[in-house]
Design a protein around this ligand. Structure first.
Ligand SMILES: Cc1cc2nc3c(=O)[nH]c(=O)nc-3n(C[C@H](O)[C@H](O)[C@H](O)COP(=O)(O)O)c2cc1C
Length: 392
């Protein structure tokens, strides 16, 4: 048996490390390990305010609109410009299947996109009159935003459109969100009839909702069809991200730069990614939330109310970006509630949400956490405005 001296062992280890890391570095470059937020898939975040000569000035509103929050980064929108303004359509081919069987999240996502379009219309000097169009899933014309000449008015929310990102990292456990901050967030709903936010700030309420979020995550992970529909939108590598320009990514998980770097070196199976999601929910998302919030509407089967809920979420998230707060939706209880409804099984989560909100005449449709960030949230990919524009 050949015995290695300590010195020789160290030399071999270093040599192996160099070889491995050379291969690793090549793969890391290949997988965008050093290129967080770069490439065509991230370009819309850098150019959203640019006006291109020869292009319709209204296209700038679409450039702002597509940076909106949206479920699983599915970007379920299409736009058509005409002389009078912008029309927004749902692209129902981009639904998340059993994760969103009632299209609740798709409609909220479209509401977020409408809000960014309206905020930017004002900034660019248009008077914007939005007509939200009611209807069922098969009727996909969602909104008309009529534009007439007004005077430019750049709000603080407008400036945050390009810096708002979902933050899935740990939040500062020692910093509470003051009640006056929550009141300012509440006021963002003042002109949105039928929609409001409620807060879960004290320890016992937080514990109840946190527990519900964890149980719902477990239920999704244990439902292979639902978990599979969720995982379909996970983009594994650089090529996939740059090709699809949508979906969820490792960079947006809230992990440290080192974990993200090494994570890009090895492909992730659905099982690993589910376990990891559950672990993050239990150890980071729920316990480091300074406060949970829930958006309520009077009737969650009413598309207009869901779109208004989306407008409120986009406003609140932009406001949080301006004021140094971090936010992350945690919609697992609602995703399970809708799945129970679809399957016609006992409404465990439907009941739990009702008990948690305790607001007669209102239904919870969207849950999130807020707190002060320890690290910044990173950008998610986007298809460009041109890629989601229908011919006139
Ligand atoms: C209706 C809706 C539901 C969402 N649900 C979740 C969720 O349950 N968990 C989560 O981490 N993010 C959730 N998000 C955030 C999206 O995943 C995020 O907006 C999208 O990936 C784009 O990233 P960005 O917000 O950083 O631009 C949701 C967003 C919307 C609008």
């Amino acid at each position: 048996m050949v015995r290695l001296s300590r010195r020789n062992f160290l030399k071999s280890a270093v040599a192996a490390g160099v070889l491995l890391s050379a291969g690793g570095v090549i793969r890391a470059i290949d997988q965008g390990g050093f290129a967080t937020g770069r490439g065509a898939a991230y370009e819309p975040w850098h150019t959203w305010m640019e006006e291109e000569a020869g292009k319709d000035p209204m296209l700038r509103l679409v450039r702002a609109s597509i940076l909106a929050a949206n479920a699983h980064n599915t970007q379920p929108w299409l736009y058509r410009l005409n002389e009078q303004g912008i029309n927004i359509y749902a692209d129902i081919s981009r639904n998340i299947g059993t994760m969103d069987p009632l299209f609740r999240e798709m409609n909220i996502s479209l509401g977020c996109a409408i809000e960014n379009a309206i905020i930017s219309a004002k900034a660019y000097g248009y008077d914007a009159k939005a007509t939200i169009i009611p209807g069922q899933f098969d009727s996909i014309h969602i909104a008309n935003i009529a534009l007439t000449q007004g005077s430019p008015e750049q709000s603080e929310l407008f400036h945050a459109i390009g810096s708002r990102h979902t933050n899935r990292a740990a939040y500062d456990r020692n910093k509470q969100v003051d009640s006056d901050v929550l009141q300012q967030l509440d006021r963002l709903a003042d002109d949105l009839p039928d929609v409001k936010a409620v807060w879960f700030a004290d320890a016992s309420l937080k514990e109840k909702l946190g527990h519900c979020i964890i149980r719902a995550t477990e239920a999704i992970v244990n439902d292979p069809i639902q978990a599979g529909d969720s995982h379909k939108w996970y983009r594994h590598d650089w090529d996939e991200i740059q090709r699809h320009k949508d979906g969820t990514t490792l960079d947006a998980t809230g992990n440290s730069a080192l974990t993200r770097f090494f994570g890009k070196l090895t492909p992730v199976s659905e099982q690993t990614s589910n376990n990891y999601w559950l672990k993050m929910t239990k150890e980071i998302h729920v316990p480091t939330a300074a406060v949970f919030g829930m958006i309520l509407v009077k009737d969650q089967s009413d598309r207009v109310q869901l779109l208004q809920a989306g407008r409120l979420w986009q406003r609140m998230h932009l406001w949080s970006a301006v004021h140094g707060l971090a936010m992350q939706p945690l919609n697992q209880p609602h995703e399970r509630r809708d799945r129970e409804f679809q399957l016609g099984i006992e409404p465990v989560f439907g009941q739990a949400i009702m008990e948690l909100t305790g607001e007669p005449g209102f239904e919870g449709v969207f849950t999130f956490r807020a707190g002060y960030p320890v690290s910044e949230g990173l950008a998610s990919p986007r298809r460009s405005a041109e890629e989601v524009l229908l011919a006139r």
